[in-house]
Write a protein that binds this ligand. Structure first.
Ligand code: SF4
Length: 180
């Protein structure tokens, strides 16, 4: 295995805000790259996750493709981290959980205001099957760490990744531990 930590990241049912917060560590990213290398990630555009030391999961589970990707990450990553509110508890996408999925689809694609006549619910077989409810990742796989926030701050990423590189437990307290 490479001396550098091999890290993969993915956004499931998320908005990429957690990824943007990771990039917010700014120039420290250059120092970070002396200790880590990226596998599958929006930064590399690799489509599948190879064997990794660390997997960062943004977003919860809203469709079958999310589940497939989550299992791939769990298989390939020694340490799996649920990053942000969506991965930890479903977050904003889970606000649909109190509504019936069929009713939402009808309202958005068929019956809502402003839709063109004849609009229908998309049914291309290549579209991933939607889950009835949005789920947090820990309901399906073991999660080793939780990094809360919407998104977690750049300082929280800095502390968390710095601790893993140094081989010590992350200390997320005070302003680093936030749930907004
Ligand atoms: Fe976006 Fe917040 Fe969800 Fe992160 S936790 S993916 S910032 S909505």
């Amino acid at each position: 295995m490479s001396a550098k930590l091999r890290v993969a990241t993915v956004s499931l049912a998320g908005c990429f805000g957690c990824h943007m917060s990771l990039l917010d560590i700014d120039e420290d990213l250059l120092e970070l790259l002396e200790h880590i290398e990226f596998d599958r990630s929006p930064l590399t555009d690799l489509k599948h996750c190879g064997p990794c030391d660390l997997g960062l999961i943004e977003g919860g589970l809203c469709n079958a493709e999310n589940i497939h990707m989550l299992h791939e990450f769990r298989r390939q990553c020694k340490v799996l981290v649920a990053v942000g509110a969506c991965a930890i508890n479903g977050g904003l996408p889970a606000q649909r959980n109190h509504l019936a999925l069929g009713a939402i689809l009808h309202q958005v694609y068929r019956d809502g205001r402003g839709l063109a006549a004849g609009s229908t619910i998309p049914d291309d077989p290549e579209l991933p099957l939607l889950l009835d409810k949005v789920r947090p990742v820990h309901e399906l796989v073991h999660v080793d760490h939780f990094l809360p926030g919407c998104p977690p701050s750049a300082d929280a990423f800095r502390e968390f990744l710095g601790a893993l590189i140094a081989g010590r437990p992350p200390r997320l307290d005070g302003p680093l531990l936030r749930y907004d």
